[in-house]
Design a protein around this ligand. Sequence first.
Ligand code: G6P
Ligand code: MG
Length: 216
Amino acid sequence: MEKNQIKAVIFDLDGVLTDTAIYHYMGWKMLADKLNIPFDEALNEELKGIDRMTSLNKILARGNIDLSEDDKNLLCDEKNAYYVELIKKITEDDLLPGAKRALIELKNKGYKIGLASVSKNAFSVVESLNIANFFDYIVDARTINRGKPNPEIFIACAEAIGVKCHECIGVEDAVAGIEAIKRANMFAIGIGRRDILIKADIVLESLKDFDIDKLT
Ligand code: G6P
Ligand code: MG
């Protein structure tokens, strides 16, 4: 990344700004248990950042289970109803450490801020967290044809903000998300573990360690 070229930072939501990744996990684990499909940490990592139906398909593939589209839609609805119950309690206090400070700092320093989550619940979570005003653009997951690891969502966000991809930093907790950022030709910050987010340009333990001045 060349110095001074960064104009925007595009964040993922679940697992980056707030800990909803655990609620998605609980929802999928509930379904997997019901279907008697083993659900381990590796499968959970594979699901992070992946849209709802693709996630279900991965779980069913693990259990060698073949279902009709109608049955799959019912299971997706069931998982989502469970998830929606869990996120009802979300408030500003559920922002992850460093998230609010990072958003304030970026805004004050004149960077554009985007949100690129494939979650169809993203708008409601952002409202509950009371951070909607920080974003120059929030991608509506319903307008995206190809989910992460496809770069479409990050490219669409950069276009909507009015910046070039190489002028963006993407921030992600998921392997699929880091892959999407790199394929979009952006600088990738991983939030989590280096041994998992191997394709990230840098990995931070949390947004507490995020310092835009050290990166640009
Ligand atoms: C995010 C999460 C995934 C989740 C996906 C879809 O990318 O990381 O775990 O499955 O969004 O979320 P949704 O709320 O639309 O089911
Ligand atoms: Mg995530």
